[in-house]
Design a protein around this ligand. Structure first.
Ligand code: NAI
Ligand SMILES: O=C(O)C(=O)[C@H](O)COP(=O)(O)O
Length: 348
């Protein structure tokens, strides 16, 4: 069996080479029709667009994307072509929640307000949105939830409209998939009309997909102060991002909210497991993230400890200094672990 693997997927080499006879590692953007023609499976990330142009006439039978989002896969074409695919649901949701948790602490000090006095609106309440809701509740925040598909399916009253979120939130955070069309379209969900509904000058956070927020509308809202600030991890037209926006935002990071080593290891393991299931292969492998250099954290408060473990300002400073290095900053991302990898000692 021949598998083509994105060469920035970590912790995969030893395990995938137990599964396949031939493995080729290439940068995600360099997958070509010639390269994939005689491959049986692809293991990709968001940087490989799996569409007709890449796959037509190939013998690819299975695609595993080591990511949660799958808007880079043309699922309609894959169905027509009989190519099965899978993503890695939830793999890095705790990592995104860690990013939001630290970002909220930074927003708190920026606004000079206690999080427990603020309302957060969460748009999209799946794997990530649910964990973010728990983080916010643990901070004592009032939490408003918006999830149209779930509201309809579950006939639940725990959800609220996007309009109410816009009117009552001090912080609004987006965790929806990118749907370019259809009943639940999320492309430019936050556009001029949405920003005009805002009443409390909220901070806007986006770690979903850049296209969920219309860049010019966000810039306008920052300029006319209908929002207080923004925390932006995902951008329209990555890696060619809008540098005016990057300069203006409180935190601007290169699409790394999901980049904890824990999340990456989950994604690699889930992708390999799905390949084994699809091809009926039995293989013995263990994928674990490296241990942190220092696993003891000494801090005055738990909040300080959280920021010692992960502070997105450091990622933001690196991107603001070298925006042209967007992809390199992602590809060479430093080791980041989640809270569970540490022993925390609080000495007030
Ligand atoms: N910045 C990063 O590093 C990462 C970004 N992501 C992005 O975050 C997205 C969300 O991830 P998960 O929570 O794991 O996905 P999920 O599929 O578990 O949850 C998404 C939720 O959004 C809801 N939704 C869909 N359309 C909606 C609409 N029009 N309005 C309101 N809600 C809507 C769905 O019903 C679902 O509950 C991913 O699709 C991906 O694009 C995910 C991981 C890392
Ligand atoms: O999981 C997702 O969806 C994401 O957006 C990823 O965190 C981005 O991952 P890469 O494509 O850069 O591996």
């Amino acid at each position: 069996m021949k598998i083509i693997v994105d060469n920035k997927i970590p912790y995969i080499k030893e395990a995938v080479e137990k599964i396949a006879d031939k493995v080729i590692y290439v940068p995600g953007k360099d997958f070509t029709p010639e390269l994939v023609r005689d491959a049986d499976a692809l293991i990709i990330r968001t940087r490989t667009h799996c569409n007709r142009e890449l796959l037509e006439g190939s013998q690819v039978k299975f695609i595993a994307t080591a990511t949660i989002g799958f808007d880079h896969i043309d699922t309609v074409f894959c169905k027509q072509a009989g190519i099965e695919w899978t993503n890695a649901p939830g793999c890095n949701s705790a990592s995104v929640a860690q990013y939001i948790q630290s970002a909220l602490l930074i927003v708190q000090s920026q606004l000079h307000k206690k999080l427990s006095d603020l309302t957060i609106g969460i748009v999209g309440v799946g794997n990530v949105g649910n964990k973010v809701a728990k983080v916010a509740k643990d901070f004592g925040m009032r939490v408003l939830l918006n999830d149209l598909p779930r509201e309809e399916k579950e006939e639940s009253t725990s959800f609220t409209s996007l309009q109410k979120i816009a009117e009552e939130s001090d912080i609004i955070t987006f965790h929806v998939p990118l749907y370019k069309e259809g009943k639940y379209k999320t492309f430019h969900l936050a556009d001029d009309t949405f920003f005009r509904l805002l009443k409390r000058k909220p901070v806007i956070i986006n770690t979903s997909r850049g296209e969920v927020i219309e860049t010019n509308a966000l810039l306008k809202a920052l300029k006319n102060h209908s929002i207080s600030d923004a925390v932006i991890d995902v951008w329209e037209h990555e890696p060619e991002i809008n540098r005016v926006l990057l300069d203006k935002v409180l935190i601007g990071t290169p699409h790394i909210a999901g980049y904890s080593a824990d999340g990456k290891a989950n994604a690699t393991r889930m992708s390999l497991d799905s390949i084994c299931r699809f091809f009926h292969i039995e293989a013995d492998y263990e994928i674990t993230p490296p241990t942190p250099v220092t696993s003891y954290i000494y801090a005055k408060t738990h909040e300080d400890a959280l920021l010692q473990i992960y502070n997105p300002i450091e990622d933001s400073q690196r991107l603001k200094k070298q925006p042209e290095q967007f992809e390199t900053l992602r590809g060479d991302y430093p080791l980041r672990r989640e809270e569970k990898a540490y022993t925390i000692s609080i000495t007030p």
